[in-house]
Design a protein around this ligand. Structure first.
Ligand SMILES: Nc1nc2c(ncn2[C@@H]2O[C@H](COP(=O)(O)OP(=O)(O)OP(=O)(O)O)[C@@H](O)[C@H]2O)c(=O)[nH]1
Ligand SMILES: [Mg+2]
Length: 458
């Protein structure tokens, strides 16, 4: 059982309106009370109240900070322990001072994620919910935030638990048959196993289908803007980012390094990479830049291939476009404010599968068309629905895949009339893997590893 009391600054460090220090553990109220001067002593206030007062230095009685202190007594708190939250004015110095005073009491500094870990250990959250809290903190767009929120709510856990329940039932059924074997029961069981395994497999496959979308929502679609020098790549980045992130000049070869910018388009987070214009060059620095462009091209989930509307397509552009046929690519013909030299028709016939957008970054024309193309590439209407059970966590994905393999083996073995006590092993394995997702059968070291990803104060 947990016996010590922990504290951490729960808000981001820096100058802000307020900063919150969170204290959790059996001595949270009692120890904070010794530093808190108010009308009613903190030890006597009701639970779930906010109390005005001052933090004082017990050594000389001097006032350190004017604060609001909320008290949430066990078990009705995030960690299921006594929790005190001290709302300070937020100057870095005063918050540190309050924190120092707390740590001089019977309170120690919390490890990253320790509050959430306690919520997990005390049974308030299961592991997938706790991990969703990490995602919640890190989520970079509204959509990703909603998905993480749903997971904290336990949407994923519910589906996993239902699957595990079915598998336990099946295992029990098999067990009975092993203990009381009869001639025709065996065959009946084999069909049952096949059906149950198939049902679970379907559910797992459905969850895995959401996996790539989930990852994208969390980390952003890596989107490389590539093309020959001077076609307007950096201008496009600036337009999408709505700020002057990258240098724009009319000198070919302006961009030398990869410039990263995170933008959200129709709720889809993109990690935009502006790259050096692709061309043969003797300039050493530019050569390195071009090499980096090629790397970005490899890594990208989506490529915005920019060509000049005012020029004929170059041979090297044609060559590269051929190579990119396998990738998600949007061809952008930029500078439509200038006379057309580009043979759009031949591009359409050469690359019928590719989306082609004509635009003028200078005149701010065609940007909305590009945004539409990007969203249509990645989202079918499904995502708008309220079913936001997305698997986005790498650990969950790996475990689901392992469970899938075991279930497939179980199903195939049942089909081949392998003795049912052998099949039992596969089903048990699948059941255990699924359990690891919600933390029912995980080892202590894994738990530590997961919670250490949290920031301090969560
Ligand atoms: N007429 C016209 N000029 C544009 C447009 N978009 C960009 N430009 C101009 O084209 C020139 C090159 O723009 P950049 O954005 O620096 O081009 P880049 O592709 O990043 O070039 P490198 O970094 O050298 O590879 C600048 O002078 C821009 O002002 C457009 O839509 N119309
Ligand atoms: Mg550039």
């Amino acid at each position: 059982m947990i016996s010590d009391t922990i504290a951490a600054i729960a808000t981001a460090v820096g100058e802000a309106g307020i900063a919150i220090i969170r204290v959790s553990g059996p001595d949270a109220v009692q120890e904070t009370a010794k530093l808190f001067q108010s009308k009613i002593p903190l030890t006597e206030v009701s639970s779930h109240t906010v109390n005005y007062g001052h933090i004082i230095d017990p050594l000389d009685g001097s006032r350190v900070e004017e604060v609001l202190v909320s008290v949430m007594r066990a078990p009705r708190s995030f960690t299921v322990e006594d929790v005190v939250e001290i709302h300070c004015h937020g100057g870095v110095v005063s918050v540190r001072k309050v924190m120092d005073l707390l740590l001089q009491r019977n309170i120690r500094l919390a490890e990253p994620g320790e509050f959430t870990k306690r919520a997990f250990i005390n049974g308030r959250l299961d592991l997938s919910q706790a991990e969703a809290v990490i995602d919640l903190i890190r989520s970079k767009s509204d959509r990703a935030f909603n998905i993480a929120l749903k997971q904290v709510d336990g949407a994923l856990s519910k589906r996993i638990k239902a699957m595990r329940y079915d598998l336990v039932e099946l295992m029990a059924h098999i067990e009975v048959n092993i203990d009381y074997p009869e001639h025709d029961v065996q065959e009946m069981t084999s069909t049952l196993i096949q059906n149950k395994c198939s049902a679970a497999l379907q559910e797992i496959e459905q969850l895995l289908k959401t996996a790539s979308e989930g990852k994208i929502l969390r980390e952003g679609i890596t989107t490389a803007i590539v093309g020959r020098p001077n076609v307007g790549k950096s201008s496009l980045l600036n337009a999408l980012a709505q700020e002057n992130k990258a240098i724009v000049t009319d000198i070919p070869g302006t961009t030398r390094d990869v410039i990263e910018e995170f933008v959200t388009i129709n709720g889809i987070p993109l990690k935009l990479l502006d790259t050096a214009g692709l061309r043969e060059t003797t300039d050493l620095v530019e050569q390195i830049g071009v090499e980096k462009s090629r790397n970005a091209l490899e890594q990208a989930d989506l490529i915005l291939f920019v060509v000049n509307y005012n020029e004929k397509l170059h041979d090297d552009e044609l060559l590269l476009l051929e190579k990119l046929k396998e990738k998600q690519t949007i061809i952008i013909a930029n500078k439509t404010d200038l006379p057309q030299e580009l043979d759009l028709k031949s591009i359409y016939t050469h690359f019928p599968a590719q989306q082609i957008v004509t635009m003028s970054v200078r005149e701010q024309e065609g940007l909305d068309q590009l945004e539409k193309s990007i969203s249509s590439l990645f989202f079918s209407g499904e995502l708008e629905s309220n079913d936001l059970t997305y698997v986005s966590n790498v650990r969950h994905i790996a475990l689901l895949k392992q469970a899938k393999v075991s279930l497939e083996e179980g199903r195939d073995a049942a089909e081949a009339f392998v003795p049912i006590d052998m099949i039992q092993i596969d089903i048990r394995l699948a059941w255990e893997r699924l359990g690891e997702i919600i933390g029912d059968s995980v080892s202590e070291s894994l738990i530590d590893q997961i919670f250490s990803q949290f920031c301090l104060g969560k």
